[in-house]
Design a protein around this ligand. Structure first.
Ligand code: GSH
Length: 214
């Protein structure tokens, strides 16, 4: 069976879990504690040399890392990945968009606020310039999504694809980075549309792990 190396609170891992639940595909979950340095250990770097989650071990022993690559692999020959070349190129385009303009901005704001543990405030209590800058860039990313979604239900074609699922995750958690989605009505409708799909799972709704590390 395929095996996912997973942090529950990682948005990039949630993307892969969402894809798996939409597919109804069983998998083994290895739960990693992100607050240890296990991902930097030699044991884990043998799984992913970059020391990052998610990583997916395939039945034949090969390992894939990076949420976009894993999502692309898992959805071959399914409705979540178009079969035609232009449709697949559009998926790649929106996966790149997510990594550059959503994950690294909206996702980074969440990371600064929730994981760096300072609530986004520097030692003097003022909002950190770094947080303000990633929020500014995040609003650029959200504005691009809002424009795309203004007259359509999903990012590509008529149904949900991995472009939607991957972009969904950090946008859905924007409030955790103190980013307000009020100015983006099309995005808010799209989030609700995705959350109403039968394959949707909340971030914390995970199968029991087969292993815990460390
Ligand atoms: N581009 C990668 C980014 C992966 C990434 O940054 N993962 C973070 C968690 S969201 C991580 O593993 N951090 C390592 C650590 O915190 O030890 C992807 O989409 O999967």
């Amino acid at each position: 069976m395929i095996r996912l190396y997973d942090f529950i609170t990682s948005g990039n891992c949630w993307k892969v879990r969402l894809v798996l639940s939409h597919l109804g595909r069983p998998y083994e979950r290895v739960e990693i504690d992100r607050f240890t340095s296990y991902t930097r250990s030699a044991e884990y770097r043998a799984i992913n040399p970059l020391g990052l989650v998610p990583a997916l071990r395939l039945e034949d022993g090969r390992i894939l890392h990076d949420s976009a690559a894993i999502a692309f692999y898992l959805t071959e020959d399914t409705s979540l990945l178009p079969a035609d070349a232009p449709g697949r190129a559009e998926v790649i385009q929106w996966l790149i968009y997510e990594q550059r303009y959503i994950c690294e901005t909206v996702g980074m704001a969440r990371y600064i606020v929730t994981t760096l543990g300072k609530g986004g405030l520097d030692e003097a209590g003022a909002q950190s310039e770094t947080l303000a800058e990633v929020q500014r860039l995040g609003h650029e990313g959200l504005a691009g999504l809002e424009t795309r979604l203004a007259k359509r239900d999903f990012l590509i074609g008529a149904g949900c694809t991995i472009a939607d699922l991957c972009n969904y995750v950090y946008v859905a958690m924007a409030d955790q980075g103190n980013m307000d989605l009020a100015p983006y009505p099309a995005i808010r409708r799209w989030l609700a549309r995705l959350e109403a799909l039968p394959g949707h799972r909340a971030m914390g709704d995970v199968p029991a792990p087969v292993l815990r590390r460390p």
